[in-house]
Every structure is written in C-alpha cells, then in structure tokens.
Design a protein around this ligand. Structure first.
Ligand code: F6R
Length: 592
C-alpha cells in the first residue's frame, strides 16, 4: 500500500503535500517523493522518510501543482530510482501510483518493442510510459486514459500531470482508494480524506474504473467510456479521520488509550433502545446458516478466533482460517455456510483473494472493517464498520478490540443476549483501571524483558487467543522473538525451550482454566523461567505481577489486551525503536 497526495491551485502546495505525506506514511514508508511544475517538471525523491525528503527539496517552491507519494515497495526494491513520482521516457507524464499492476511485464515488453527504455524496476514506471505512448499516438489525454484502462490489469489509483499543462491533475482509479477534496479556488487529492480535512469537508470518492480531471476551479469525473458522470459530494466525520496526536508522543499509545471510547462508540452504534441494531437480513442469514467460517490475517485473525467462540456460545458451528491458507484450500462445511471476513484496512490482498473465491461459490458473506469505502467494504455482501477512527500506528490495537467487541455483539444479537452490554460496560472499568494504575508496573516489566532474545506467552482458551495477539504485537514492534503457547501444549514440545531466565508471560483470567495454568507456571518456573502473571483478582496469587478487577472472563481480549499492548509499546520505546512504523511492515498489506 502506498499513499498519494496532490494539489492544484492551492496557495501553498508544498505545505499541503508534505503534511499529507506525513499523515499517509502509515500506508508505507520505504521512500517518498514529490513532483511539481516550475519551468518544467521538477522531481525530488529518495529512500527514507518524508522528513528526509523535506530536507532535500527547496525551501520555497513556486508552483501551482504538486503530487506526492509515500511508498511501500512491491515491485522493485526501495531505491531512489524506484521511488515515485515516475517520469515517462519523453518526459511528458509524471505519475504516482498506489496498487499493483499484474500485467506490467507484458506491458513493458510492448513498450520496449516501441523503443521505450526504463530506469527502474517498478510497475508504475511502465504506466507512466504507457500513458505517454498513447498520449503521443492519439494526441488526446482522455483517449490515452481510456485506452490504458482497458489494457492495465491489477489495482491502481494513479495521479499524474503532463509537461504541457501545469494547471491540471488527472486521477484514475480501480481497486485502490482515491478521494478528491473540493476547495474554493483549489482542489486536492489524496488516498484518504484525512490530509484534506483541514482544508475542506466536501469530497468526491472515485469508484472503480472512473477517472477525474481536476483543475483549481473544476472537477470533472468520467466513466471508463469517457462519458462525464455526476457524482455526489460527501462529508466526513472529522473526529474519525483526524490524525491529531492530541498530545501523545506516538499514535500507538494514543490508539491504545482510545480503546474505551471505541468500545463505547460501537455499543452506541449497534445497540439502541435496548435492542441490537443490525441489518435484519444479515441476522436472518446468520440464523439460517449452519456453519460460520471466519477468515482474516494477523491481528484480525486473532479477533476471529475469539469471535468464533462467541458464535459457538449461541450454538453455531464455526471454523476459523488464516486468509492466505484458506485461499489455497477453500473449504466451506455445511449446507448453508456463511463467511465472516475481518479486516481493519479492508484492503488486505489475501482476504480480497478469498472474497473472489467466496463470490465464485455464491456464499453469503460479511466483512467487518474499519475502513468504509475500502475494497472489501464495497464488494462484500454485508459490511459492518468498526467506527474506531483512523488507526495510524502499524500495530493494530483499538481496531482489534473493536473487532472482538463487534463480533461479540453480533453473536449476542442472534439470541438477543443483552447481558453482553453490561459485561462490556464492566470491562471498560477494567481498561480505565489499567490506564490509570498499571502503566508504571508494565514499564518495569518492559525494562526487565527489553534485552531478551526470546520469550513466551501462555494462556488457555480466551487467554490463549489473547496470548497470540500479545505475542504478535510484541514481536512486530520490539523485534523480540515471542511465541504464544496454549498451556496444555507446553509439555508436547515447547517446554524444551524453557531455560534459566527466559521470560514467560501468563494470562489467568478464566476460572475454568486457572488451575491448569497454575500447573503450567510451576512447570516453567521449575526449569528456571522468569514468570510474569497477569490475573484477575479472584484468580490471583500474591506473587502475581498484575492483578486486575474481575470481569466477564470471555471478554479478555477487550478488558486486558491493553496490558499486552502497553507492554509491547514500552519495550519498543525502551529499545529506542520506531514504535509506529516497525521495519518491513505496512499498515495494509496489499500484496499476497
Ligand atoms: C498487526 C497487524 C496485522 C494486521 C494484518 C491484517 O498489528 O495489524 O497483523 O492485522 O496485516 O490486516 P487487516 O486487518 O487490515 O486485514
């Protein structure tokens, strides 16, 4: 995933584009670049951060038009040459791209045959040249756009301008997001509305296979046949798209601390007048289905593990799959299976692949996502939004809790089980208590484990699902190798790894599994492990590390996941790592 920003007619395009790039670098941060028009096309780009880019562009830039890009490398290593914007061979087209071009090799072959040469390895550079080729052949930019839309396979949001017109930005979209912000005497573009909200709250969202011609006073949208179409303008909830750090040093800690309001917002959206508020058709389809399949990746998959249990509580049979596994061996047991996909970003390629298969088999399906307008939101049969507000930190925290909360509410809606609402409300007190009282203790644990190379999380049942998430969060931002093990599995192999001083972090919040977990603690302690136990008060022992108030045990992932998130955060911080942007990762994984 990459981020695109652009402006035409804006009084200080440099400020807008650079601020926008900083906001969008959650979409990728291998390299960044900008292009503008001033005595011809000027391009500045380099490997590294937007801050670095800012240090290499002129202090004052006199221009009417600018595009910028922040990249997460797919085709071609993160090098300066592969960084966007890309200039075509005859220097007519300057283009940025978010997405993946599937047939770029074939298109490159075609252009090579026409005498084109390329300086980098990206799929994007091919498109800049393809546009140029057809622009020169047809003498008309709209004709060139229409032609390439028929030729290019894959996903794209393109933004470009030509060397011959410094007053016009062009945008084309298929399966990657692109939003236009309407101003007075200027217009803006970006991959999401957040960079523009400071300047306008009037937006046009391009749909797939549409393109736009954007000047400072006018925005014209066309379908793939080149016919101008009318599009509604929309406005956005400022609170939900704000990138304001609100005084926090990092997005991750801000987002952890937003967990209670995220849970509250979901309760307010999907439970009103003492009733669950879900589409009755969705509830009917879920009721009629005889098997529910959960499919997701990473953290969202961990939410699916918990969610599956919730539906089983209401007598639904379920199975849960990692998307990239299911895609290569799709199974759908039962006569009326129903698929629930979960994705914070709504753009995860592995899951989009699954949706294709799901549709080919005409299976009923739902996406649970935080991103309205995303590919999965637009293409699934049903969609439920998480309303968590934008999650900027690469490590997902509040969106995970929102996914679990929403799955619990949806499952409870099948039996109109309203006790859940009381249980969720009680769990908010536990979260506030953690926020108010336990951070110093968590920091102390972070300090003790920060130099370790390996550690383990242990839990059973809901506490095991939470351990999986705790372990993923720690490894992705602190680079400590960590594994989550179900307590009962320890003796089947992993116990061989327990040695003197190795940290083992144990969750004990489930009365049914507490006694067995205490047994596991003795097993690892006797082999020299340094155990840190997080327990609810009624299940705790005096030697435990953190004891939280009791809550409905099935809500571990809501009530105490904050402890795991803070721990990962403080370890990464203590190691001096980039908490919000861990190495090699991107907020949304748009490649399989
Ligand atoms: C980890 C994390 C990832 C994502 C995974 C799926 O903190 O965020 O594991 O959960 O890449 O992404 P989505 O939920 O956008 O489909």
């Amino acid at each position: 995933m990459c981020g695109i920003v652009g402006a035409v007619g804006f009084v200080s395009p440099k400020d807008y584009v650079f601020n926008g790039l900083k906001m969008l670098d959650y979409r990728g941060y291998d390299s960044a670049g900008v292009a503008y028009f001033n005595n011809g096309i000027q391009i500045f780009k380099d490997v590294g951060s937007v801050e670095h880019l800012l240090s290499i562009v002129p202090e004052t830039i006199d221009t009417n038009i600018m595009i910028g890009h922040t990249r997460w490398a797919t085709h071609g290593a993160p090098t300066k040459l592969n960084t966007h914007p890309h200039l075509s061979f005859h220097e007519k087209i300057c283009l940025v791209h978010n997405g993946v071009i599937e047939n770029f090799k074939e298109l490159r072959g075609f252009l090579t045959g026409k005498g084109y040469r390329f300086y980098g390895e990206t799929d994007t550079e091919i498109i800049a040249n393809l546009l140029e080729y057809y622009y020169l052949e047809k003498g008309e930019i709209i004709e060139a756009i229409k032609t390439i839309m028929t030729l290019v396979k894959g996903s794209y949001a393109f933004a470009f301008f030509t060397s011959e017109d410094k007053n016009t930005l062009y945008v084309i979209k298929k399966a990657s997001p692109l939003v236009i912000g309407l101003g007075e005497g200027f217009n803006l573009i970006a991959s999401d509305a957040s960079p523009m909200i400071e300047h306008t709250n009037k937006f046009i969202e391009l749909d797939d296979l549409e393109f736009g011609i954007v000047t400072k006073d006018k925005v014209a949208i066309y379908n793939k046949k080149g016919e101008q179409i009318k599009k509604d303008t929309i406005s956005k909830d400022v609170e939900l798209i704000s990138h304001d750090l609100k005084g926090y040093p990092h997005y991750m800690i801000k987002e952890i601390e937003e967990i209670p309001q995220t849970v509250r917002r979901l309760m307010a959206k999907y439970y009103q007048d003492d009733k669950y508020q879900f589409d009755p058709n969705l509830i009917k389809d879920l009721e009629e289905s005889d098997h529910i399949i959960f499919i997701a990746c990473g953290t969202s998959y961990h939410a699916g593990l918990v969610g599956g249990r919730y539906f089983e509580k209401y007598d639904k049979s379920t199975s849960r799959f990692i998307a990239s596994e299911w895609a290569f061996h799709p199974t759908y047991p039962g006569k009326k299976p129903f698929i629930i996909m979960i994705s914070q970003s709504g753009e995860t390629a592995d899951l989009i692949h699954c949706l294709k298969i799901i549709k080919e088999h005409n299976l009923k399906n739902l996406i649970i996502t935080n991103t309205g307008g995303s590919t999965l939101d637009r293409n699934a049969m049903y969609s439920l939004l998480l309303y968590s507000g934008i999650e900027v930190s690469v490590a997902s925290t509040k969106a995970y809790v929102a996914q679990v909360t929403l799955l619990a509410m949806l499952a409870a809606a099948l039996s109109n089980d309203t006790k859940l609402i009381d249980d969720l409300t009680d769990s908010l007190d536990v979260i506030y208590d953690i926020q108010d009282h336990y951070k110093p203790l968590i920091m102390k644990v972070a300090d003790e484990i920060k130099d370790k190379k390996n550690l383990f999380y242990l839990g059973r049942s809901f506490d095991y699902f939470l351990s999986l998430e705790a372990s993923l969060k720690l490894k992705e931002i602190s680079y400590i190798h960590s594994e989550a093990i179900p307590g009962g599995e320890l003796k089947h192999g992993p116990i061989a790894l327990i040695e003197k001083g190795i940290p083992v972090i144990v969750f004990i919040t489930d009365p049914d599994t507490a006694a067995s977990m205490r047994g596991n603690i003795e097993e690892v302690k006797s082999r020299g492990a340094k155990v840190y136990t997080i327990a609810t008060k009624s299940l705790s022992k005096p030697e435990d590390t953190i004891m939280v108030e009791d809550y409905a045990y099935y809500l571990s992932s809501v009530a105490v996941s904050s402890i795991a998130f803070y721990l990962a955060y403080y370890v990464a911080l203590a190691k001096g790592l980039n908490v919000d942007k861990p190495r090699n990762l991107a907020k949304s994984v748009t490649v399989e």
